[in-house]
Design a protein around this ligand. Structure first.
Ligand code: IMP
Length: 430
């Protein structure tokens, strides 16, 4: 049984795409199990940038099968665009190389309209969602009114569900959200065309993964977002609407817990967050600006500038426990070059109490005082370095200290965006 789960352990954007892309070389099957096109990975291969939102990052390798599991919410229009773009680059020419779960839920135009309108009305109190309709689609799934691929494949079932839902959503949109109603026929016709494009890929992916594992294949599960955006364990309510911890693989891909083995957590060497919500180690001064500039910290999906700050061991320690990490990949350490002193948050203080893990209430997290430790920085650029020994002593010391604080070994360090700009401390993960 050879499985590997990759999860983000901060607020998303940890550089999972690159790590998954690297690990995918060893895998046969790569699976997305939660989230939707709120995720976005920029992959740089051979100097060429490719952004994937729904299709697993492993798509750039030949001979792999990419799976969109049942836990993912799928905007079929975005998926078709992505397939087209990848096919133009000579990828996904074999229809067998992509599989979409027949029970994955569909994002529709009303989900997107509701997401955007609600955020507009929330004003200052907005969550800062990606506006892709993710939350409203998961809501409908839980409310048991969602539309799944299996429904889309049957025209009558789809028509019936769409009509019933739209009737209700249009009342909600028109009265409470002050939006224009959406036209049934437009959505129906559009989705029928999209169905024709996607139908060949739709299948029972849970069974497919089970059989692949049975045949001795290696399966890589690619998480989206990060632990602090988990709808249960994250900084609620400033979270996404799915579970992002490793445990979500079981429900989101339809496999049993005994089939999971290794879990690798991806963390930046500092911290970023997009959207609203508490961020104890946020750095508003010149150092934060440097991280944003040198780290190119602007959202892949929305282009929004990311909030930047110091490494928060409280966040990563909490995430390590929740997902049972056996290894970590530390990304973007090259961005820290040039900072004379590095701060690392080892705990929080709030009303006389110390916290070694993230407290539950967003109102508490908003007010905690981070306990910082300072480490000496380095000036050398790290991007050309390919081994731990080549790193400046202070950079090695920084990595070692993070390992100690989080109690998980760092097995991979990323020193640049390119696939080859990586230090593999232990090359094999399966
Ligand atoms: P939603 O997932 O669009 O509903 O957005 C909810 C929150 O999750 C917002 O703060 C988003 O900025 C954040 N979020 C969603 N997807 C990502 C991601 O891939 N990276 C970073 N933040 C994300």
């Amino acid at each position: 049984m050879s499985t590997l789960v990759v999860v983000g352990v901060q607020w998303g954007d940890e550089g999972k795409g690159k790590v998954v892309d690297l690990l995918a070389r060893e895998a046969d099957v790569i699976v997305r199990f939660q989230g939707g096109n709120n995720a976005g990975h920029t992959l740089v291969v051979g100097g060429q940038k490719t952004i994937v939102r729904l299709i697993p990052s492993g798509v750039l390798h030949d001979g792999k099968v990419c799976v969109i599991g049942n836990g993912v919410v799928v905007n079929p229009e975005v998926l078709v665009e992505e397939i087209d773009a990848l096919q133009q680059r000579g990828r996904l020419s074999d229809p067998e190389s992509l599989k979409i779960s027949e029970i994955a839920h569909l994002i529709t135009p009303y989900h997107k309209a509701i997401d955007l309108a609600r955020e507009r009305l929330r004003g200052e109190g907005k969550i800062g969602t990606t506006g892709r309709g993710i939350g409203p689609t998961y809501e409908d799934k839980m409310a048991r009114v969602g539309i799944r691929f299996v429904d889309l494949l049957d025209e009558d079932v789809f028509a019936q569900k769409l009509e019933r839902n739209l009737e209700e959503k249009n009342i909600y949109l028109g009265t409470l959200l002050q939006e224009q109603p959406l036209a049934y026929q437009d959505i129906f016709d559009h989705y029928r065309r999209l169905r024709d494009r996607l139908a060949p890929y739709v299948t029972n992916t849970s069974r497919y993964i089970h059989d692949a594992l049975g045949a001795g294949q290696k399966v890589l599960f690619e998480g989206a977002q990060g632990t602090m955006l988990d709808v249960d364990h994250g900084t609620y309510p400033f979270v996404t609407s799915s579970n992002t911890v490793a445990g979500a693989v079981c429900t989101g891909a339809g496999i049993a817990p005994q089939q999971l083995r290794n879990v690798i957590g991806i963390s930046k060497a500092y911290t970023t967050r997009v959207g609203s919500g508490p961020f104890p180690t946020e750095e508003h001064g010149a150092d934060g600006e440097k991280l944003r500039r040198d780290g190119g910290e602007f959202g892949t999906v929305t282009g929004r500038p990311r909030r930047c700050g110091w490494f928060d061991a409280v966040v990563v320690r909490t995430a390590a426990r929740l997902s049972g990490l056996n290894a970590m990949a530390l990304t973007k350490i090259d961005v820290l070059s040039g900072l004379s002193t590095l701060r690392v948050c080892t705990g929080y203080r709030y009303r006389g109490q110390e916290y070694d893990e993230v407290p539950a209430g967003a109102h508490i997290l908003e007010q905690v005082t981070p306990i910082y430790e300072e480490l000496p920085g380095w000036t050398e650029p790290l991007t050309a370095m390919r081994s731990l020994d080549a790193l400046p002593r202070n950079a090695r010391q920084y990595v070692e200290r993070l390992e100690e604080l989080v109690n998980v070994p760092v097995k991979m360090i990323s020193v640049g965006a390119g696939r080859e700009e990586t230090i593999l401390i232990r090359p094999t993960f399966f």
